[in-house]
Design a protein around this ligand. Structure first.
Ligand SMILES: Nc1nc2c(ncn2[C@@H]2O[C@H](COP(=O)(O)OP(=O)(O)OP(=O)(O)O)[C@@H](O)[C@H]2O)c(=O)[nH]1
Length: 203
C-alpha cells in the first residue's frame, strides 16, 4: 500500500501564544522535525502539509506538498479535507498529525498502517479519549468528511463517529513507544518545555 501523510499546521496556536510550526526544537523548527519524523515511514512525495493562507513556513523537503487553507481557521476537519484532496489519487490511506508532534515514533506510524484492514481509520484510544491527530485515515472517507463539514461540524471526532474505526488501546502502543510521547501534542509553553527536556534526556 502506498502510504500518505497529512500534517496540519494552520491552527491558531492560541494556548501557545506563538505559531507552533515555527517554534525551534533543537536545530529544527517543530514543523521541520515533524515532517522529518513522518518521512521515516512515509515517502516525502506523499506528505502534504496543510497551512493557513499567509502562514510563514520553514524550509521543507522539495517533494513535500504544501496546501493552503481555503477558509481561515476552519479547523482540523476542513484541513484534513484539503490534505486528502491534495494527495495523489493512488494513496489509499494517510497518517494524520499536527505539526506539534516532535517525539513521534515511526514504529507507531507503521503499526497504525498495519492495523488498517477493512476499517476506515485506525485511532489510538485510552480510557479518556480518542487520539484523532495521531491516526491513520482511509482517503475514501473524503465524501463523508465533506458531508460533516457541510453540516457545520468541524471536528475529527464527529467524522470518526460516522465511519467504522479500529481503536487501538494506547497501552498496546507502549511496545513501540514506552513513554507514549508520540501522543503528546504541545498546546502550551509548559508542554513545549517538557518535550524539549524529554528529547534531551533521550539523546
Ligand atoms: N491547516 C489547518 N490546521 C489546523 C486548523 N485548526 C487546527 N489545525 C491544526 O490541527 C492541530 C490541532 O489543533 P488544535 O490543538 O485544535 O489548535 P491549535 O491551533 O494547535 O491550538 P489552540 O489555538 O491553542 O487550540 C494543530 O497542529 C493545528 O495547527 C486549521 O484551521 N487549518
Amino acid at each position: 500500500m502506498i502510504r500518505g501523510a497529512i500534517i496540519l499546521c494552520g491552527g491558531q496556536s492560541s494556548r501557545m501564544g506563538t505559531d507552533k510550526a515555527l517554534l525551534p526544537f533543537g536545530e529544527e523548527t517543530l514543523l521541520e522535525r515533524t515532517v522529518r519524523l513522518v518521512s521515516i515511514s512515509v515517502a516525502p512525495q506523499h506528505i502534504v502539509v496543510v497551512a493557513a493562507a499567509e502562514q510563514p513556513l520553514p524550509p521543507l523537503p522539495v517533494e513535500v506538498q504544501i496546501v493552503r487553507d481555503q477558509q481561515p481557521y476552519a479547523g482540523p476537519l476542513a484541513a484534513l479535507i484539503e490534505g486528502m484532496q491534495a494527495l495523489n489519487s493512488a494513496v489509499p490511506a494517510a497518517f494524520v498529525t499536527g505539526c506539534d508532534a516532535p517525539l513521534l515514533e515511526s514504529s507507531v506510524i507503521d503499526l497504525l498502517f498495519d492495523e488498517l484492514g477493512d476499517s476506515s481509520a485506525v485511532v489510538p484510544q485510552d480510557a479518556e479519549r480518542l487520539y484523532p491527530l495521531t491516526a491513520v485515515y482511509k482517503t475514501n472517507i473524503l465524501a463523508e468528511a465533506k458531508l460533516q463539514l457541510a453540516a457545520g461540524r468541524h471536528s475529527l471526532h464527529g467524522l470518526l463517529e460516522q465511519v467504522e474505526i479500529k481503536r487501538i488501546p494506547l497501552e498496546t502502543l507502549r511496545k513501540f513507544d514506552p513513554s507514549l510521547a508520540s501522543f503528546e501534542n504541545l498546546n502550551t509553553l509548559a508542554d513545549y518545555e517538557a518535550a524539549i527536556s524529554r528529547a534531551n534526556t533521550r539523546n
